[in-house]
Design a protein around this ligand. Structure first.
Ligand SMILES: *Cc1c(COP(=O)(O)O)cnc(C)c1O
Length: 391
């Protein structure tokens, strides 16, 4: 199929849920994508942060291919080594007690919320079940996770929603205290840097207060690190930069380098809340995904993360020099750009024309580049962005 046929058939045969951009993927290497018409683009979005090591990193490909040739699926009725190795690696790296595996961010949050509910109900004679989330948050697209998502634009047309959900504004400690007092709460779920809401970093004192209140009220602090996790913000998880230790940490997007996978890390208190039959996922802990994830997690040692921070600084400094860039938000390689005189959608479309892939988030243009992007590719991306943003 040629470019136009692909677009036409997409519109004809695929349920229309996305406002796709004009780019038709043909090939990709490193942080550069080749369009069907042969044009190259610097990818500052990495498939919404999922291609965490860019495209076709040779050693990652080798590890995934190796597993592919052994067996591609087992179901969770059997043991396998790639899953156990990944679990051990994640637990040893983070200090959590256990992990469970699913296939996406929504499923990871869904599992964490179920776990917090089971614990809350068990400890309180079926009373403590309310889950608090923040306005402007995004936690996924399943019924439970859109309920937790604190943005009306995701809610219209889909009620009734899950019972036992309460929202407070990020930063409003008093509202949080009242919500905890007035409801039988089992958890707070939040992103430490709100991604879809606009790349908004939470205030450190607020985060510490949330952690304190969760601890004092025997509630789970669930860190939704689906977007912020796995090196994105310059530390393995974003919570490390806030001086707190959440009870449950959900991750997905970048974990397996572009293969679907998600999971929940559990501290001691929650590690044995689920027993056989409480939860499950047919594809969860898929061996190919685990092979990819083992490679990604092993790669993200202290040196790698230090380099991510340096590259993020470099990219941020380059962006701040551009006339139309009013300011930057986020942490590390999760960057929100405030653009003067253009809407984020206009800016992102113009940047694509100039040969750079970006996405938007709320009032900002959002960059989530591959974490191992080369300086050369950063420079090429910046000079193309300057054609749009520096005049
Ligand atoms: C992307 C995202 C999700 C949803 O992940 P899916 O894999 O699309 O289900 C949940 N939470 C956050 C913070 C995300 O960025």
């Amino acid at each position: 199929m040629n470019r136009e046929e692909i677009k036409e058939n997409d519109r004809k045969y695929i349920v229309n849920m996305y406002d796709r951009s004009d780019l038709v993927f043909e090939a990709a290497k490193g942080s550069t994508v080749i369009d069907k018409n042969g044009r190259n683009y610097i990818d500052f979005a990495a498939g919404i942060g999922c291609a965490s090591l860019g495209y076709n990193e040779p050693d990652w490909v080798a590890v995934v291919e190796d597993q592919l040739e052994k067996f591609q699926h087992t179901s969770n009725l059997f043991y396998h080594e790639p899953g156990v190795r990944l679990a051990k690696r994640l637990v040893e790296k983070t200090g959590y007690s256990k992990v469970l595996f699913v296939n996406s961010g929504s499923e990871a949050n869904e599992a964490a919320m179920k776990m917090a509910r089971k614990y809350g109900n068990r400890e309180s004679g079926n009373r403590k079940h309310v889950i608090i989330s923040l306005r402007q948050s995004f936690h996924g697209r399943t019924m439970a996770t859109i309920t937790a998502t604190g943005q009306d634009r995701f809610h219209h047309d889909f009620d009734p929603f899950l019972q036992g959900s309460v929202y407070v504004d990020a930063g409003d400690t008093e509202a949080l205290e009242i919500a905890i007092e007035e409801n039988e709460c089992c958890a707070v779920i939040m992103e430490f840097v709100q991604g879809e809401g606009g790349v908004i970093t939470l205030d450190k004192d607020f985060v510490r207060k949330v952690a304190e209140l969760c601890q004092a009220n025997d509630m789970a602090l669930i860190a939704d690190e689906v977007q912020t996790g796995v090196g994105r913000t310059g530390t393995f998880f974003a919570y490390e930069q806030f001086g707190v230790k959440p009870d449950l940490v959900t991750f997905a997007k970048g974990i397996a380098g572009g293969i679907p996978m998600g999971g929940v890390l559990c501290d001691e208190k929650y590690a044995d809340v689920f027993g056989p039959g409480d939860h499950g996922s047919t594809f969860g802990m898929n061996p190919i995904a685990c092979a990819g994830a083992n490679y990604v997690v092993e790669k993200m040692d202290d040196d790698f993360l230090a380099e991510v921070r340096e590259k993020a600084e470099y990219l941020r400094a380059g962006l701040l020099k551009m006339k139309r860039v009013k300011g930057l938000s986020g942490l590390g390689m999760m960057i929100g750009v405030d653009v003067n005189g253009m809407t984020p959608a206009e800016a992102s479309a113009k940047l694509l024309e100039a040969g750079v892939i970006t996405i938007t988030a709320g009032s900002r243009v959002r960059l989530l580049p591959p974490l191992n992007i080369s300086y050369e590719e950063i420079d090429r991306g910046l000079s193309r962005m300057a054609e749009v943003l520096d005049k």
